[in-house]
Design a protein around this ligand. Structure first.
Ligand code: PLP
Length: 456
């Protein structure tokens, strides 16, 4: 086999890639024709590709590189830990210092009585753990018939059978017999697309009350939990109307069900507080974390569990765990990432500098004739592309066609911005400066102008 390096011509790398590498969420036939963009290096908020192009990463990888790229401290932490103890498991009454220290730190950072951590390698695995946790909880509480988990359409909770079933992505459910039994979905609080003539707050209340209706329909004695992202990320950065979360919180308080808040994207500073749970004043029984936990430098996630649930689960052996639960190298990297987030006051930077400035620029995009609405909380933002902004009119082309085209314009202009249908989304590294945000804005305007010229 040839030695494959960064120095090979791009076309050769692309051909090898398409021949042997099956990519997530990609049609390999298209990949073989077009070739993937080969990223070779990254520093701060900038990626470099195999052609030497410098690209502003307004998605922080996959919503995860919160502290930005190229932090040597994390490489050092990984190397140190790999030399000292590269692997040991946490099964069968064993433990090690990185897992102890990370669980301790997360218990300190997480709000309320979320004091116990079950580790996984990412968000999907952690959500699979959550399915097991909530069903086991009710079994131990003497109510084994409480097995149903209520989620929402267009939610994203990962790609394992459990995670994808919790998620509400029709395209995923259509491939492989999902959802698995006892997972049901209510409608999402997506006013722009589904609000019709209702005003947003009225709509938010109506959508929240679907939870209550679903509990009544199923019977409270059947419902184990409700799961939701504070802001739907992969669904298109859907910021719920202000009325939504208080009503959900009321329903959860009145009904005997658990609340799982999936903070895989919203955790670790993204919303301008440590967790989206704090931004929306939620009271979860379990919180899912991943991504920003290590800023993507190592694969790690987990379920942060309340005292109430952990006490019950801990009464007997919980027959669940992953080889890499609490992996020492990933845990050491995550700890170093949390140290940087804390010591460099990156969450304060989001709240006081980056998010207000990004919001100012992002909302200026609402004046563009191509843009129907702009939404932003902290460092996650979206805008709706529209054929007629006065009436929230969709395009005649199949949903997503125009969004894809605009994403390609962004790519050509060295800006990574993603599309979800005809909605454009960003979730940049939290360390962006005002100058970085200016570049983001200029490239976004240029890409929108070019896209608009093509559909006009
Ligand atoms: N939950 C949410 C809210 C996510 O956004 C994601 C990934 O994007 C996941 C879960 C799945 O995490 P992972 O890809 O680490 O399995």
């Amino acid at each position: 086999m040839n030695k494959i390096t960064n120095h090979m011509p791009t076309a050769e790398l692309q051909a090898l890639d398409a021949a042997h590498h099956m990519h997530p969420f990609t049609a390999n036939a298209e990949l073989a024709k077009k070739g993937a963009r080969v990223i070779t290096r990254a520093s701060g908020v900038t990626l470099t590709d195999s052609e030497g192009e410098e690209i502003l990463d307004a998605m922080a990888g996959l919503w995860c590189v919160n502290i930005g790229y190229g932090r040597d401290e994390l490489a050092e932490a990984a190397a140190r830990q790999m030399r000292e103890l590269p692997y040991y498991n946490t099964f069968f009454m064993s433990t090690h210092v990185p897992a102890i220290a990370l669980a301790d730190k997360l218990a300190e950072l997480a709000p309320g009585d979320l004091n116990h951590v079950f580790f996984a390698s990412g968000g999907s695995e952690a959500n699979d753990t959550n399915i097991r946790l909530v069903r086991r909880y009710w079994e131990l509480m003497g109510q084994p018939e409480k097995t149903v988990i209520i989620s929402r359409k267009n939610a994203y909770h990962g790609t394992t059978m459990g995670g994808a079933s919790l998620g509400g992505m029709q395209g995923m459910h259509a491939q492989g017999g999902m959802p698995i039994p006892d997972i049901v979905h209510i409608n999402q609080p997506h006013w722009y697309l589904e609000g019709g003539d209702m005003d947003p707050e009225e709509f938010g209340l109506a959508r929240a009350r679907e939870l209550e209706q679903k509990i009544d329909e199923l019977g409270e004695g059947r419902v184990a939990a409700f799961i939701a992202e504070p802001i739907q990320g992969a669904g298109g950065v859907i910021v719920p109307p202000d009325s939504y979360w208080p009503e959900i919180t009321r329903i959860c308080a009145e009904r005997d069900i658990l609340l799982i808040v999936d903070e895989v994207i919203t955790g670790f500073g993204r919303t301008g507080k440590w967790f989206g749970t704090q931004t929306y004043d939620l009271k979860p029984d379990i919180m899912t974390v991943a991504k920003g936990l290590s800023s993507g430098y190592a694969p790690i996630g987990g379920s942060i569990v309340s005292d109430k649930v952990a006490e019950v689960i801990g009464r007997e052996e919980f027959a669940h765990g992953y080889t890499y639960s609490g992996h020492p190298v990933a845990a050491a990297v995550a700890l170093e990432n949390l140290r940087i987030l804390e010591e460099e006051k990156i969450v304060d930077h989001v709240r006081d500098v980056a998010a207000p400035y990004l919001a100012e620029k992002w909302h200026q995009l609402a004046d563009h004739p191509f843009v129907g609405e702009t939404k932003i909380v902290g460092m996650m933002a979206s805008l709706a592309l529209t054929a007629d902004k006065s009436v929230r009119k969709p395009f005649e082309a199949p949903a997503g066609t125009v969004g894809y085209m605009v994403r390609e314009r962004c790519f050509a202009n060295n800006l990574i911005m993603r599309h979800v249908g005809d909605r454009m989304v960003v979730s940049p590294p939290l360390v962006m400066t005002k100058a970085d945000i200016d570049v983001l804005y200029e490239r976004a305007v240029k890409s929108l102008d070019e896209g608009y010229a093509r559909v006009k």
